[in-house]
Design a protein around this ligand. Sequence first.
Ligand code: NAD
Length: 440
Amino acid sequence: MKISIIGTGYVGLVQGAVMADFGAEVICMDVNKERIKDLNEDKIPIFEPGLKEVILKNKKAKRIEFTTDIKYAVEKSQVIFIAVGTPANEDGSADLEYVLQVAENIGKYINEYKVIVDKSTVPVGTGKQVSKIIEKELEKRGEKIEFDIVSNPEFLREGKALGDCQRPDRVVIGTDSVKAREIMKKVYDVLYINETPFLFTNLETAELIKYASNAFLAVKISFINEIALLAEKVGANTQEIARSMGMDGRISPKFLHCGPGYGGSCFPKDTKAIVSIGKKYGEDMYVIQAAIDANEKQKRKVIEKIEDKMQGVKGKTIGVLGLSFKPDTDDMRDAPSIDIIRGLVKLGAKIHAYCPEGMKEAKWRLEDCEKSIIYCDDEYSMANDVDGIVLMTEWNQFRGMDMKKIKDRMRDNFYFDLRNIHTKDKVVREIFKYYPVGQN
Ligand code: NAD
């Protein structure tokens, strides 16, 4: 099976690597020349545990190649995955510019029957739009070439992307074409044989499944964050509440961890996009809109709490541990750390920041605050002369820090544990003015 992946980012690169590992011949294409050059020189442009090893292994076996040549990628493959970004427009709707560009290119270079698989998260109706654009390009060429469109949304979690792609909870295949469905079964042969659940739906259902899933998870997080705010006021413990709620099989304990609000490359933009889709079709997405509002409130509440407990942050230095939106990724897109650091800087604080992988990304995303931020080499240098520390992201290495050593380097001893990783640590509670989330 010859497969092309158009867009070699977090999704495309992982998908390409896994498909090659499953035995397909994969062409990964991207317009970003630097990214492709890096990949051709064995430099992996994103941080994702285990990814480098799989790519190098399959490069050696000549099952994966990297190119900027879209014509080559389209002509040489039977199945073409679209995995380009779909960022949010100003009004919250999904920006389809890149997806539609790819569709146009496919229309220009398609040379025989192909299955076009949309892996990017796109609004309902995009599959049909892609189809029309390809047909229009074929008309211009005066040619008739058959193709089918499939929606195959991706559910990987950054930081665990490789495992999620190798062993997904389910594979959703949305298409009205029997022929395309059979080809997709072959594409995912390894998973099909391994009895991974497959869901075959129409295009529209598959397109909406992805938004519905992400929106639901965002709602869960915003829900527990709201309970956490109340729990702090009434003296209850959100960790215990979430544990107990999670024991109810109808609820499940996953995504019931309170914190600084959700972030990342998907939840913020996908929740806004589904609200925008709802508007287009005359349906208010009340629950999802409430989750978005609660998430913004949550970040504001974190800033207010730090300001309140430290009796003002003006002229003070605050250490921030972890910048990426979650551990084991360098992805900083819509990370809560960005809004929270900006908020603290606006109130007059200086920041010492440290993140194992997110600092390169953070530096340009927080360029507007660069005069107020010092990026540190490790967690201990981060602690030098700070008045308080905010643990933003629960990287494993922060769980094993020498907390006395941290404390000794600080000027004052405020510690805001936004991920509740030290709640059971007596030493932390003793030596710091310790503030977990959703409990006192
Ligand atoms: P990304 O920004 O990391 O990668 C997109 C890549 O597409 C970039 O390298 C970019 O240069 C390339 N590109 C843009 N226009 C192109 C074109 N015309 N031709 C070829 N390449 C082009 O994005 P991502 O995080 O991989 O997300 C891709 C899609 O998958 C999005 O729709 C996203 O919502 C969805 N998704 C992402 C995740 C995730 O965790 N990142 C999970 C599931 C689904």
